[in-house]
Design a protein around this ligand. Structure first.
Ligand code: URP
Ligand code: ZN
Ligand code: ZN
Length: 481
């Protein structure tokens, strides 16, 4: 009888720490051996010296998330996970979003139903806490953390999502007490409201004004405030979708003061600029790139690249938030002439995240292969409590693996993608690498251009308490609260 279900032979493996050549022996969906000349498997795949990396973990995506403005997300758990698998991602973290007035438990139950029978790769949930009632703080959050929902996002902007400063502090205190990771969307809501009002009063309604309503200073200020609250409560936090220099300076400030502030950035801050929101007032196509924070300029792109290289960022996520350009439920759900503040925020990116960073980060020499693996898989697993089951190539880890094709000469085309969106903001960008094969727990889900997964095979993952969320020991202050 064969010793392994599957052996991936002659793999050039990379982890966040090492590069090594090995055969990878897989049984029951788990890596059970790494070595040379392993015994035969029931099936064999010859990687022939190609890069074999841990499957990507996308720590930030929105699927089938209810909205409050009449728009409907273009990806559910089937199309979203299919698209992810075709781009080399094997685990995703979408959000179970609490509506104001709703219990967190109801949001989680609803979200499980949305995923049920659809996901083709594994998934866990971040919570979004929008209503920090005494019941949520004292009972619901602690209970859900204990059940494996160990990370949650809070918003400093958007009327239907944002928390007051006092509520933010209360949520951080719960995270500290129970060991959860808090992700912060840092933009100053009042500054945005004030700027938006003035822009609209002057007739500036086109998509491009979205970027003017959310300049870098509103992100810088909110980032600083979030860091201050994390310092006050003495708890690590993770700032999501950081867009440029002024926010990164706040991260550096925090690090120089010994604070554990983690950060995520996304492809839109490397590959798009505010000009992609439109140059002319009549350019409605700019709506395709409306997301928050908005893309900045070329100089900021370079600073974000520098941050990926020098460790300012721990994770690289898509922030996939899919809305069609055409159609009554997409970007113009509020009407074809909707002003910028009525256009749903978010862009697709689940499938293109890895190939963009591999091609423009690793293949250009900006990032090492180990950095790529850390940013796109290992650190994500660590930040959100899935390590070491996910995010590495190691005995005992799930056999979530990607064999990469390199040296390609192709461009990103929406017609090649598998999401439910009718465009990609990255149309035409060249890529030199793309996954040739994606394995999810030892099963092939993407091979040579064909999706071969199946709906419902993806498993829900309960997350452990993330080690990086643990507060530093406080030698002198003492645990006064
Ligand atoms: O514009 C964005 N990023 N939309 C998705 C929701 C969020 O804030 O991440
Ligand atoms: Zn956000
Ligand atoms: Zn998001």
């Amino acid at each position: 009888m064969a010793e392994f279900d599957l052996v991936v032979r002659r793999a050039r493996c990379a982890t966040a720490a090492d590069v090594f050549d090995a055969d990878i022996g897989i049984r029951d969906g788990v890596i059970v051996a790494l070595g040379s000349a392993l015994a035969a498997g029931k099936e064999e795949i010859d990687a022939a010296g190609r890069w074999v990396l841990p499957g990507g973990i996308d720590g930030h995506c929105h699927l089938d998330q209810p909205t409050s403005d009449g728009s409907v997300m273009a990806d559910d758990f089937l199309t979203g996970t299919r698209s992810a698998a075709c781009g080399g991602t094997t685990t995703i973290f979408p959000f179970a979003c609490q509506q104001k007035g709703q219990s967190l438990r109801a949001a989680v139950d609803d979200y499980h139903q949305r995923a049920e029978g659809k996901a083709c790769i594994d998934y866990a949930f971040h919570l979004i806490v929008t209503d920090a009632t005494p019941e949520v703080l004292a009972n619901e959050l602690p209970a859900l953390i204990r059940e494996g929902y160990t990370s949650f996002k809070i918003y400093m902007t958007y009327d239907d999502l944002k928390l007051s400063d006092r509520e933010i502090i209360d949520v951080l205190a719960v995270a500290r007490e129970y060991g959860a990771m808090v992700m912060v969307h840092a933009e100053n809501a009042d500054c945005i409201a004030w700027l938006t009002e003035r822009l609209l009063a002057h007739g500036h309604t086109a998509p491009r004004y979205h970027a003017e309503a959310r300049p870098m200073l509103v992100e810088r200020e909110a980032t600083h405030r979030a860091i201050a609250y994390a310092e006050l409560v003495d708890v690590p936090i993770l700032i999501v979708h950081v867009s440029g220099r002024e926010a990164i300076e706040q991260l550096s400030w925090a690090h120089s003061h010994g604070l554990r502030i983690y950060a995520e950035t996304c492809p839109q801050y490397l590959f798009l600029t505010a000009d992609d929101l439109g140059i002319n007032d009549g350019d409605h196509h700019g709506a395709k790139c409306i997301c928050s924070p908005p893309p900045r300029d070329k100089a900021n792109q370079q600073v974000v690249w520098d941050g990926l290289e020098n460790g300012a960022f721990q994770i690289f996520s898509s922030d996939h938030a899919p809305f069609t350009f055409d159609g009554p439920q997409g970007k113009f759900a509020a009407g074809s002439e909707a002003s910028f503040e009525r256009i749903p925020n978010g862009i697709p990116g689940l499938e293109t995240r890895l190939a963009l960073l591999f091609s423009h980060g690793v293949e250009t020499g900006r990032l090492t292969m180990q950095q790529f693996v850390a940013l796109t898989a290992t650190n994500v697993a660590r930040m959100y409590g899935l390590y070491p089951r996910k995010g590495s190539i190691a005995v005992g880890a799930d056999a979530d693996l990607v064999i990469w094709e390199t040296g390609l000469d192709r461009r990103i085309r929406n017609s090649d993608l598998h999401h439910g969106v009718d465009y990609t903001p990255y149309e035409g960008i060249p890529v030199t690498a793309w996954p040739a094969l994606t394995l999810s727990r030892g099963e092939v889900v993407w091979r040579d251009g064909d999706y071969v997964g199946s709906a419902g095979r993806g498993e829900f993952l309960h997350c452990a308490l993330p080690e990086p969320a643990r507060p530093k020991p406080r030698p002198s202050v003492g645990d006064a609260w």
